[in-house]
Design a protein around this ligand. Sequence first.
Ligand SMILES: [Zn+2]
Length: 307
Amino acid sequence: MQLFHSPRYTADIGKHVMPMRKFDLVRDELERQGLAVAIREPEPATDEELLRVHTPEYVAAVATGEPRALAESQKFPWSPLLALAVRYTNGGTIHALSAALDHGVAGNIASGFHHAHADHGEGFCTFNGLAVAYEHARHLGRIARCLVVDLDLHYGNGTASLCAARPGFFNLSVYGNYYKENRAHRDVELERAPDTENAWSVTVPNGANGAQYLDIVERALGPSFERARPDVVLYQAGADPYREDPYSPLDVGLEDLYARDRMVFDACRRAGVPVAWVLAGGYTEDISKVVAVHVGTARAALDVFGR
Ligand SMILES: [Zn+2]
């Protein structure tokens, strides 16, 4: 299984709720556990690749830092290194999707950035690497249809917005925390996202335990594969449903998240659909637990697909 990572994924953003250094920590832990079988360094995403998804004004703002409010719409302090880091993290997802098409499975040790919209960032997401990778593979004629399985705690509002103009791009977001305009709503029974033709949302109620969470994910996966009939799956494996995460209203443990990851990889394998996986949110104060969830995703992929 090819994995993508670069030291350039991380920029110094000071003390921040989003622990960007987790990308390096996950890589280190995978190496320590002997799970980092083939780590490759990706090329950074190019202007051409980003512009298939994002507006020229937004891509230019992130490149130059001006206008500053737009360059920092994802809520990171802008710097030239940040502008480079987001090119590399999104390049990693492009590479992981290509490697998955070649070998059946691959991963990027960076997030999918599901809150990023065409013309601005949100919620620590600058460019939407899921849509960028989809458009890249579609442009090369390698795929027509892609299902994003987004199991971050938060609703993938950016990806859903990008589905509107992309009939072959499907988003399944199973979430326990609704997310809108840089605000999180813990009670998904009170406010939730509307479904569209190709962007579907499934809520996980407050207090759901591991068995309930897994049941909801399982029930959502089957119909999504049937409706999307994907050529490839992009799996966004969020660490923030974890019960100790400050944003999570769920009662979900590490072993539940490993079981969840296995369930997704098993579904892909059964359907004969290649899968590229990426990380996503995780804000537990003890960062070793965030790392443990992400390492569990790599382990689940290896357990289902082998090396
Ligand atoms: Zn999240």
